[in-house]
Design a protein around this ligand. Structure first.
Ligand code: DX5
Ligand code: ZN
Length: 219
């Protein structure tokens, strides 16, 4: 099995010390930092703006993996690119023409991802999957950290892996929600290679130890 990537979600970090939290995950060997953006409309919660992202960019050289859980992603893509996003993922359910949004993100020199909510069949992405750098399968309902991993998503992850393999393209398969050191082997065995984890990492007594434990659990 190829090496997995760990993407700690800042949603679970200490918001009063975000710069230090970023340093901690960077020193602990995280691959990406996952930044959740919520608009109180697509999801019933609010989180992270372009301004905060821009400030965080000054404190870190990690890959900024921006997850837009917002109704009108097109309106904010410029701002997140300007803020220093490396990957911008929007929701399939939020737009009428995902391919157009992917092309727009690419035109700005940034990687593009699409996410699907638990109730959305992953086959909806098949017409534009070949354009994507990353496919994100939600393993909880988007909106809040600290929920339990929905095991019924394992089949969807397997299906997504098969779709990506059939294309023979280097598209990352990310999972987000409820991933812990105890269950990370499930998405890994199903073929996911980027694991987002908020609570499991930031609420750990020792972040480095927890990330190491998560990596070890999939070997
Ligand atoms: C949920 C967010 C996730 C969340 C994951 O809507 O997209 O990124 O922060 O948090 P945990 O790992 O605590 O489920
Ligand atoms: Zn997320």
């Amino acid at each position: 099995m190829a090496q997995i990537k760990i993407a700690p979600s800042l949603l679970a970090a200490d918001a009063a010390n975000l710069g230090e939290e970023l340093k901690k995950i960077e020193n602990a060997g995280a691959d990406y930092v996952h930044i959740d953006v919520m608009d109180g409309h697509f999801v019933p919660n609010l989180a992270f703006s372009p301004d905060i992202t821009k400030m965080l960019r000054k404190c870190s050289s990690l890959v900024f993996d921006v997850h837009l859980m917002i109704s009108e992603p097109m309106k904010y893509i410029d701002a997140f690119v300007e803020a220093g996003a490396d990957i911008i993922t929007f929701h399939h359910e939020a737009v009428d023409n995902p391919a157009e949004v992917i092309d727009y993100i690419h035109s700005l020199g940034v990687k593009a991802g699409v996410s699907v909510k638990p109730a959305t069949d992953v086959e909806v992405v098949s017409s534009y999957l070949d354009k994507l750098d990353l496919l994100l399968i939600m393993t909880v309902e988007p909106g809040f950290g600290g929920q339990s991993y929905i095991e019924a998503m394992n089949e969807k992850i397997k299906k997504a892996r098969a779709m990506i393999d059939a294309l023979k393209k280097d598209i990352e398969l990310e999972v987000d929600g409820g991933v812990t050191a105890e269950n990370i082997n499930m998405p890994a065995d199903c073929g996911a290679n980027v694991m987002v984890a908020g609570s499991a990492i930031f609420k750990a007594p020792d972040i480095s130890e927890r990330i190491a434990k998560m990596r070890a659990a999939v070997k």
